[in-house]
Design a protein around this ligand. Structure first.
Ligand code: AMP
Length: 216
């Protein structure tokens, strides 16, 4: 059983790869972005507090996401945890280290999914997902077989994220470079960093991640 972080800018494919690991290895995906979006959809106090911040593409405060992760870790770790979109700041990384060691859990790998900016913008701007089953599509590279209908579950509920527009995307990328990219050095210095080419085909990226997980 391994606990891992998927690290990379928005659009690097963290969510897609996390879902594969859930299916293939029964790991547990802990996506702070998904937890926050769920809070917004449910109209909770937390959701109301973060909605504007997220729509602009800014990061929410460290305390909010650290609290969310702490609650989720307490629920169980099954076949291993995948931290997807967390940590995103040095403070979050320190907090995660402390939480894991308090629980006697290890951090086995930090997998950086490397992609360049131009590719990210192209990827993100065409992205949409199925609101029912979570399948991820793209206008150009991965359209649905029948327009408007999810290939996997047949739902008509195909959605675009509110923060997948050009302005918010620019902010999300800046937030990544300013606040999250220092984590690459942070984990490299600890000997925990593995890097995969996030621009490769989805299956190739999946195989590269599997190799990191299965190394001795
Ligand atoms: P994501 O789906 O991971 O791209 O997250 C969507 C949005 O949720 C981000 O643009 C942030 O506004 C917020 N968010 C998610 N995870 C974090 C985090 N670890 N720290 C701060 N903000 C976060």
């Amino acid at each position: 059983m391994a606990n891992i972080i998927l690290l990379g800018p928005p659009g690097a494919g963290k969510g897609t790869q996390a879902k594969r690991l859930v299916d293939e290895r029964r790991m547990v995906q802990l996506s702070t972005g998904d937890m926050l979006k769920e809070a917004i959809a449910r109209g909770t106090d937390l959701g109301k507090r973060v909605e504007g911040i997220m729509a602009r593409g800014e990061l929410v405060t460290d305390d909010i996401v650290i609290g969310l992760i702490e609650d989720k870790i307490a629920e169980g770790t099954d076949g291993g945890l995948i931290f997807d979109g967390f940590p995103r700041t040095l403070k979050q990384a320190d907090a995660l280290g402390e939480m894991l060691s308090r629980k006697g859990l290890s951090l086995d790998a930090v997998i950086e999914m490397q992609v360049d900016d131009a590719a990210l913008v192209a990827r993100i701007s065409g992205r949409f997902t199925c609101g029912n089953c979570g399948a991820v599509y793209h206008d150009r590279t991965r359209p649905t077989k029948v327009a408007g209908i999810c290939d996997v579950c047949g739902s008509h509920d195909l959605r675009r994220r509110a923060d997948d527009n050009a302005d918010a995307l620019k902010t999300r990328l800046m937030e990544y470079y300013k606040k999250t990219s220092p984590l690459v050095g942070y984990y490299y210095a600890r000997g925990q960093l593995a890097t995969v080419d996030g621009l490769a085909e989805m299956d190739t990226v999946g195989a590269a991640i599997a190799k990191v997980l299965d190394r001795g």
